[in-house]
Design a protein around this ligand. Structure first.
Ligand code: PAP
Length: 363
């Protein structure tokens, strides 16, 4: 299958593929800290590594450490941040479409031929192999890194941050569905068997939703605990509302026009009255809608080619299908998946950890 990375002629200078490098060279900070950090089995029996209070799969840590040390935001660069499965793909599309609206006509818009992850790179996944890839025409990058672990260069800069969060019950269901569809393919691939033999990463069969929920509640998944991730950005946004815009997926769904205008204003690309009269806001909303995005050829049949290096000279390719990022795009889909007891369990943690900070969900 053709990967999305080979169809990128009209796109701004950006990434060509995502790269994850398990770089085990001795001078690497990762190698130094690895023996000192806690490891626990989490979702899908994968090992998770705790760093600065958050858990990561082995594959995320080197890139994150590299970003912490080397990433420097460009002037006016906006950071789009989120916990995984909170709607990153949507936020990236909206911000990219807002920023490029004056020079990207419909037929040439990169969002029509590339997954939005290929338009807005992650600082922790792409920066490692080539700094050049971050010299974008569009001043946008993204991250799943928790607020307290962000590179100091971001914290100490005037870069604006947009944080998207979501009802944890829907996040859990989205994660469950994503990994169930993806992880079987991964473990059946050449990379999967290599991970198994070299790193002793194995996958138990018949993983139960209840067990994965347990891991979710304990925070044992990528960038978890979910609640601490949200809280870090929420508190920072209360302290510096001019620098951090905090959006809920549910609000973006229910009041899309209001939030898209607010987003545009916040990132420095406000809509003029003339643009509003011409229907530009709605045009961008329609372009980035779940219905439109999920039906594009690139998002139905394309794939991101990941290059995962087990060792320095041993790199495996793995195709992550773009359609994995588009499932239902609905608020409250958890009602079709979770038992009342599972929903109550998540709600109780949300209540305990977030409600005293004024963060609640009524879906
Ligand atoms: P990521 O963190 O791996 O990048 P992310 O994009 O944050 O994933 O989350 C995927 C979710 O966003 C999916 O939710 P679901 O499983 O509940 O359906 C996906 O369907 C949803 N999504 C993707 N694109 C859009 C969109 N254009 N509008 C609304 N929701 C979207």
């Amino acid at each position: 299958m053709e990967s999305s990375s080979s169809k990128m002629n009209s796109a701004p200078k950006s990434i060509e593929k995502e790269e994850y490098m398990f770089d085990l060279e001795p001078d690497n900070k990762f190698k130094q800290i690895l023996p000192t950090i806690p490891i626990k089995k989490g979702s899908w029996s994968l090992d998770f590594y705790q760093y600065e209070g958050f858990w990561y799969p082995f594959s995320h840590l080197p890139g994150m450490l590299f970003a912490q040390e080397h990433f420097k935001p460009q002037p006016n660069q906006v950071i789009l941040s989120s916990f995984p499965k909170c709607g990153t793909t949507w936020l990236k599309a909206l911000a990219f479409a807002i920023m490029t609206r004056s020079y990207e006509s419909e037929p040439t818009n990169p969002l029509l031929s590339r997954l939005s992850h290929d338009c807005v790179p992650f600082i922790e996944f792409n920066i490692r192999s080539s700094q050049q890839r971050l010299s974008l025409d569009v001043p946008l990058v993204s991250t799943h890194i928790p607020y307290t672990s962000l590179p100091k260069s971001i914290i100490n800069s005037s870069s604006k941050i947009v944080y998207l969060c979501r009802d944890p019950k829907d996040v859990f269901v989205s994660i469950w569905e994503f990994y169930n569809r993806n992880i079987t393919r991964l473990f059946e691939s050449e990379l999967g068997s290599k991970l198994g033999s070299e790193l002793e990463i194995t996958r138990e069969k018949d993983v139960l939703e209840e067990d994965v929920l347990e891991s979710f509640c304990q925070g044992l998944l990528s960038c978890g605990p979910f609640w601490d991730h949200i809280l870090g950005y929420w508190r920072a946004s209360l302290e510096s509302p001019e620098r951090i815009l905090f959006i809920k997926y549910e609000d973006l769904t229910n009041e899309t026009v209001y939030w898209v205008k607010k987003l545009a204003q916040f990132i420095g690309y406000p809509f003029s009255l003339e643009e509003e009269d011409q229907g530009m806001v709605q045009k961008i909303i329609d372009l980035c809608s779940f219905e439109n995005m999920s039906n594009l050829e690139v998002n139905k049949n394309g794939a991101v080619t990941l290059e995962v290096g087990i060792k320095k000279d041993e790199v495996y390719k793995y195709e992550l299908k773009n359609n994995l990022y588009f499932r239902k795009g609905k608020v409250g889909d958890w009602k079709n998946h979770l038992t009342p007891a599972m929903a109550i369990r998540i709600d109780q943690i949300t209540e305990k950890k977030l409600s005293s900070y004024g963060l609640t969900w009524n879906v």
